[in-house]
Design a protein around this ligand. Structure first.
Ligand code: NAD
Ligand code: DAU
Length: 350
């Protein structure tokens, strides 16, 4: 049995889907269901009986301790976080609470749990911390991509809080011998992503006849990775990753935001043309830049490719087409997560 945090979020829910497609091992999913957590993302699951959802907050030590000591997982994969940069600029408090203090709680519980395992169980146990490439800061256009040796230089409250959590994880490995591995992934895209992030937001706004907001000049660059490729990388890391190591994960798909938005508009023009036959690109609207907006992220993924035999299966063209198509066919999912109806549903459920 493995345990994950944040499994009702974008990457966590995709991870559960991927895991249950490949394995018959059960998975415990701890999530506090913030606005970003959505159980609808887990409705159509292979081997549903192997997934157990537990409503819990990683900030609550006793609650988390009780769950981990009851289920006795052989691994913990920590996805739960406040993840949206713009929200961190607007109000950083939740980012400090969940990303730093929540991770600290989880590490403390894990340390106590690990210390009580027998030697064989200790050898098998892993704590995988899902971090981000944003902790490395921003690249100029001619700098080489981030490697595992790139110094930390976080620029937003979000990336600073993730960097702080990384340092805590590192310290629990070095000080207490907790068998931790840290991953740094680039921008993910795919199904079940909350429509506050660029790609689902563009699709949603385009289809709903709203402006498509592009910050600044639209020339900031992100290195896009399909979420299923990220999940497979984590599975390889859990199986073969070296304790105490760091792995960068990225798709080598550097695109400007403008390129990404135009690609989505072109796909939508073909799959669901506007009634007036004009392009969705007409809805693009350049707006005020994000504060402290990082110019460019790019990942050097040589280490994970060479050591763990991982390679992305999607290129950007195939991945973005599949993603746009998924959102077109799952507008009910989008409407549920944004309408407040989901919150009402939660009140009925819990
Ligand atoms: P997300 O915002 O979609 O999901 C986060 C999940 O964590 C939600 O289900 C939420 O309810 C849950 N959560 C938040 N606070 C919690 C708490 N206190 N206790 C329990 N659960 C809590 O995020 P995501 O995009 O799926 O990102 C998952 C992880 O991957 C994060 O750690 C993020 O930093 C990292 N990451 C994301 C990307 C990306 O492009 N999305 C890239 C690299 C790394
Ligand atoms: O690099 C990994 C990170 O990628 C993760 O750690 C974060 O959790 C994840 O949110 C993502 O951060 P970004 O800030 O890069 O993603 P976002 O989708 O918010 O923005 C992508 C780019 O698009 C960024 O340059 C800002 C720009 N943007 C974003 C939005 C929401 C716009 O131009 N307009 C928008 O409306």
């Amino acid at each position: 049995m493995i345990l994950i945090t944040g499994g009702a979020g974008f990457i966590g829910s995709n991870f559960i889907h991927t895991w249950l497609e490949q394995f018959d091992e059960s998975i415990i999913n701890i999530d506090s269901l913030t606005y970003a957590g959505n159980l609808h993302s887990l409705e159509i699951l292979n081997k549903k009986e192997l997934h157990k959802f537990i409503l819990a907050d990683i900030n609550h030590f006793e609650q988390i301790s009780q769950i981990i000591n009851t289920y006795k997982p052989r691994a913990i994969i920590h996805f739960a976080a406040e993840s949206h940069v713009d929200r961190s600029i607007h109000n950083p408090q939740n980012f400090i609470n969940t990303n730093i203090i929540g991770t600290f709680n989880l590490l403390e519980v894990s340390k106590q749990y690990y210390n009580n395992l027998d030697e064989k169980q200790k050898d098998n146990f892993r704590f995988i911390h899902i971090s981000t490439d944003e902790v490395y800061g921003s690249l100029s256009l001619n700098e080489p991509p981030f490697t595992e040796q790139t110094p930390y230089a976080p620029n937003s409250p979000y990336s600073a809080s993730k960097a702080a959590s990384d340092h805590l994880v590192r310290s629990y490995y070095h000080t207490y011998g907790l068998p931790c591995i840290i991953t740094h992934c680039s921008n993910n895209y795919g199904c079940y992503q909350f429509p506050e992030k660029l790609i689902p937001l563009v699709i949603f706004n385009a289809l709903n006849n709203k402006n498509i907001p592009i910050y600044g000049d639209g020339l900031n660059i992100r290195d896009w990775l399909h979420v299923e490729d990220h999940c497979q990388a984590i599975i390889n890391i859990l199986a073969q990753g070296k304790i105490g190591e760091v792995y960068n994960i990225g798709g080598c798909n550097e695109k400007t935001n403008l390129e990404v938005v135009n690609t989505i508009c072109n796909i939508l023009d073909k799959l669901q043309p506007r009634a007036d036959k004009k392009s969705y690109a007409e809805q693009i609207n350049f707006i005020k830049d994000r504060l402290g907006h990082d110019k460019r992220y790019a990942i050097d993924n040589n280490k994970i490719q060479n050591e763990l035999n991982w390679a992305p299966q999607y290129n950007f063209e195939s991945g973005i087409y599949k993603t746009v198509d998924w959102y077109l066919n799952n507008q009910e999912w989008v409407n549920n997560v944004i309408s407040g109806e989901y919150q009402n549903w939660l009140n009925i459920q819990y």
